[in-house]
Each structure stands twice: as structure tokens, then as C-alpha cells.
Design a protein around this ligand. Sequence first.
Ligand code: NAG
Ligand code: NAG
Ligand code: NAG
Ligand code: NAG
Ligand code: NAG
Ligand code: NAG
Length: 338
Amino acid sequence: MVCLLLGPVTSQESSSPSSSSSSPPCPASCLCARDSGTVTCRGDTEVPGEVPDWTSALILRGNNISNLPRAAFSPNGTELDALVTLSLSRNGIRAIEAGAFLGLPRLHLLDLSHNLLASISAGAFHGLPELRSLYLNDSLLAPATAHLSRALATAGGLRHLHRLDLAGNRLTSIPMERLDIYNLHTLVLVNNSIESIGGENVSSLYRQWRVRLYLSLNPFRCNCDLEAFYHWLRNSSQCPDSDLLLCSEPEARRGTPLKSLRAEDVDCVNENLEAVSYVFLGIVLALIGVVFLMVLYLNREGIKRWLNNIREACRDQMEVYHYRYEQDSDPRLANVAV
Ligand SMILES: *[C@@H]1O[C@H](CO)[C@@H](O)[C@H](O)[C@H]1NC(C)=O
Ligand SMILES: *[C@@H]1O[C@H](CO)[C@@H](O)[C@H](O)[C@H]1NC(C)=O
Ligand SMILES: *[C@@H]1O[C@H](CO)[C@@H](O)[C@H](O)[C@H]1NC(C)=O
Ligand SMILES: *[C@@H]1O[C@H](CO)[C@@H](O)[C@H](O)[C@H]1NC(C)=O
Ligand SMILES: *[C@@H]1O[C@H](CO)[C@@H](O)[C@H](O)[C@H]1NC(C)=O
Ligand SMILES: *[C@@H]1O[C@H](CO)[C@@H](O)[C@H](O)[C@H]1NC(C)=O
């Protein structure tokens, strides 16, 4: 008990010794449960100004907060150093400004899911050295997806990030420049618009062997662009839902599980060889044609002679035939007449 009290007291002595004993009261719109450390607020259009010092979980779910300004949770510069969990899901949040979460040095879990984020400042996640889990599922509008990788790369900031949930955001690629600046174990990219994961990204995934990547419900395009990814799926165990990944393109392979494709189906060398061999065949045929025409041209005298011979032979033949016909026709005509 003594130890627990000593910590906060010594840290506050330097700033304002007189206020050390008075914790802000429970805000009017909130429900404060001292024993669980949970403060739950409802019906607000803004973040409640000050919450009790002891708050370890602040739940602001389903309110109407459109913007998170700088230091939204410690407007007076007082740190909420007991806060571990902050839920802001379903608030219609559209913008997160730089330093919005300053003053939350112990925050472990930040839930921003089910919002309408159109703008995320590059410094949005500054000052969250302890953040473990970040939920941004079903939350990003198109403009914000472009901002996200910069915001996540915040200088040295999210080095403890363990779990990042980006499901349902219409992402077309992994929105991170690198993976080695976090401590990622789980990256959820379920239900996005990813058609393929390129070779460069596959290499980073092999290097970050601890990362588990969830990828079901993405419209994979099963052609040879998928080659590196296909091999990664088959011989790394980093994709726990790999059995659920399906082709959506081309038409002929729609609904086929990626893992049941054969290596030849995604083999670029094969595909290129095929193209090359068609070109080669075309060239050979064209050459044969040219040679044939040349032979014809060079032999035109001989050919003329040959044609004449044939014509003459034909004429002789025809004459014989004509003659025979005339011979034969007489009796037949006679028969008809009878
Ligand atoms: C903290 O900020 C609130 C407004 O958010 C203000 O009403 C209050 O007086 C401030 N308290 C201190 C100690 O500065
Ligand atoms: C949210 O608040 C804004 C004003 O800040 C208001 O215009 C809007 O209608 C509110 N939306 C809902 C769903 O309450
Ligand atoms: C999305 O966020 C909610 C929390 O708001 C969580 O319960 C859920 O598991 C998340 N993931 C998916 C894929 O919906
Ligand atoms: C997939 O995400 C979209 C939003 O991008 C959402 O409307 C839909 O309900 C999600 N589907 C599933 C199966 O989670
Ligand atoms: C993924 O690939 C893109 C483009 O190839 C690259 O810019 C990005 O840094 C890669 N990200 C990772 C995590 O490998
Ligand atoms: C993955 O599989 C491919 C082909 O099956 C193989 O060439 C490659 O060496 C394997 N990579 C690893 C890391 O096992």
C-alpha cells in the first residue's frame, strides 16, 4: 500500500503538490466504477474533459465525436497514467489530429473501430509507447487509407504494437512500409480488397516470421502475380486462415481455394515461356512463308514453264475427254429419243 501511494505522490510533488489529493469527479454524462477502474460515457458530442485519475478503462462507445484534437484526453497537460484501455468505437469520428492521444503513456489498447475516418494526421499516434493493440476495423474511408502508413510509421512510436486490426477497410495492399519497426504478432486484413501480395512484401513477411496475417474475404487474382505469395502460403505457417482464401479472378478460377492451385497455375516462367513460344512459332511461320515466296520468285521462269506444261497436259486431257463425250452422247441421245 505504501509503495503504491509513494509512486504518484513523488511524481506530482514537482508540478503541483496542492492538487495531489483531489482527483477530478466523475463527469456528469459518465458512469464511474471505482473498483474496476472503468468509466463509461454516453450521449456526448465531445470527449469528456477530465475523468478521475484512477480511470484504467475509458469507454466512449457509440457517441457522436467527429474530431479528435491534439491531447483530446488530457487537455490540461495532466497525464492519465492509469489509463490502459480506450474505446472510441462507433463514434462517427472523421479526423484524428496530430498528438490526439498525448498524455496516455500507459495506453495498451486503442479501439477506433467502426468510425468514418477520412483524415489521419501523420502524428496521430504520437506518444503511445506502450500501445499493444490498435483496432481500426471497418473504420477507414478512402482518403484515410492513404494517410495510414505514414501515421503508423510515427518515429519510434509504436514499437510495442502487437495486434493491428484493419478488417473491412477496402484496402488494396498492406498499409505499412515496413514491419520491423513494430513487435507485430497479429495483422488482420480480413474482408478488404487485396488482389495479391507482391514479392517484396512476401520477403518482409518471411523475415518477420512471428507475424500472423489473416487474409480471408479478399478478392485474390489468381494469375502469375501471385507466385511468391502462393509459395509463402504453402510453406510458411504465417497465415492461420489460409484454407479460406479464394480466387475471385480470373472468371474460370472464381471460388477456387488458393491452396488448391497447382504451382504451374501461378508459374510466371511457364506463363512467359508460353507467350515466348507463341511469338517464336509466329516468327518461324513467317520465315517459312518468306522462304516459300522467295523460292517462287526465283523459280518464276521454271514455274511458268511448269504451269504451261500442266495447262497443255490438261488441254490434251480435255480434248480426249471431249472427244469421248461426243462419242458417248450420240447413243444416249438416241435412247432418249426412243
Ligand atoms: C482542465 O480543463 C478543463 C476544461 O477541459 C477546465 O474546466 C479545468 O478548469 C482545467 N483544470 C485545470 C486544473 O487546469
Ligand atoms: C452529431 O453531432 C453533429 C454536431 O456536432 C450533428 O450535426 C449530427 O447531427 C450529430 N449526429 C448524430 C447521429 O447525432
Ligand atoms: C472489429 O472490432 C470489434 C471491436 O469493436 C471487435 O470485437 C471485432 O472482433 C473486430 N474484428 C472484426 C474482424 O470484426
Ligand atoms: C466487409 O466490410 C464491409 C465494409 O468494407 C462491411 O460492410 C461488410 O459487412 C463486411 N463483411 C463481413 C462479412 O464482415
Ligand atoms: C509492400 O510492398 C510495397 C510495394 O511493393 C512497398 O512499398 C512496401 O514497403 C512493402 N511493405 C512491406 C511491409 O513489405
Ligand atoms: C517455398 O517453396 C518453394 C517452392 O515450393 C521453394 O522453392 C522455396 O525454397 C520454399 N521456401 C522456403 C522458405 O521454404
